[in-house]
Design a protein. Structure first.
Length: 280
């Protein structure tokens, strides 16, 4: 009897125009971040009438716009850290030397100088963790919200796609969306971090992420198209954001410092010496 009742409820939702509350009737939408996103997407879909693929994209863009002020703050922090890097490197070398010699007075002095340096320039490396810590819950909530809606499935998801992926509950049969998602991730990596500059990022780390961007294509190919609509939209927004924030005029308007070019130092056995300018 329960199965018959559920089938009747589902079919009635398919036949009628969707309204706010239908997802809750299907067992979705609750007082969690996942449920909140499902409710927000339902509201946008019902109130605007745009198809589900457009609803997912629009919700993604709205949330990314809401996070933009935090991205600007982190860009300011990253640029400032880059510009004071020579001073940070000097203090780090002195602090490490003091630790090796067991000079507690010098350790305290250099630690205090580090603190003053960050306070003077209103920057701190710890702040760079803020964006990943904010984005991770959003990404996970989107993933689980769309996964649950596709697995149920929400009836309108089966016809809510566009072009070659009309069924948002099914995987992309042509692998176009997984490839676009991987290329988007790789492009962001090559252009630079959303939070700021990639100067000083180890080459090994970059190659690991490059490998991940390729490996994620076959590993995620079985995911529903709805998830890829979110990923592709978010990636393209990130690409546009990174390119825009490289513009000197926009950086100046937003109060983001321009990046200084630092002289490279050659480290030999003994004290570090300044390298001569490259005349190539």
């Amino acid at each position: 009897m329960t199965t018959i009742s559920e089938n009747i409820d589902t079919s009635s939702i398919v036949d009628a125009a969707m309204k706010v509350g239908d997802l809750k009737a299907l067992g979705l939408v609750n007082y969690t971040p996942v449920g909140f996103l499902q409710g927000a997407m339902e509201f946008i879909h019902v109130s605007t009438g745009i198809p589900w693929w457009g609803t997912i994209a629009a919700t993604t863009i709205l949330i990314r716009i809401a996070l933009f002020p935090f991205v600007v703050k982190l860009q300011k922090n990253a640029a400032t850290l880059h510009n004071i890097k020579p001073e940070m490197d000097r203090l780090t070398a002195q602090l490490n030397k003091a630790k090796a010699e067991g000079d507690s007075a010098a350790i305290t002095q250099y630690a205090h100088e580090f603190k003053n340096l960050f306070e003077t320039h209103k920057a701190n490396p710890i702040k760079m963790l803020a964006l990943p810590l904010m984005q991770a819950p959003v990404m996970l909530s989107f993933f689980f919200a769309l996964r649950d809606m596709a697995q149920l499935p929400v009836p309108q998801f089966q016809t809510g796609g566009i072009a070659w992926f009309t069924d948002l509950t099914a995987a992309d049969p042509y692998y176009i969306l997984p490839v676009l998602s991987g290329l988007g991730f790789l492009t962001i990596l090559e252009l630079g971090s959303e939070a700021g500059t990639n100067v000083g990022q180890p080459n090994n780390a970059k190659w690991i992420f490059r490998f991940m961007s390729v490996a994620m294509v076959p590993l995620t190919a079985s995911f529903s198209s709805s998830i890829f609509v979110y990923w592709v939209t978010s990636n393209f927004f990130s690409i546009g954001q990174v390119l825009a924030l490289k513009n000197p005029a926009l950086r100046k308007k937003l109060g983001i410092p321009l990046l200084m070019k630092h002289q490279v130092k050659a480290v030999k056995s003994g004290s570090p010496k300044k390298s001569k300018p490259n005349r190539r």
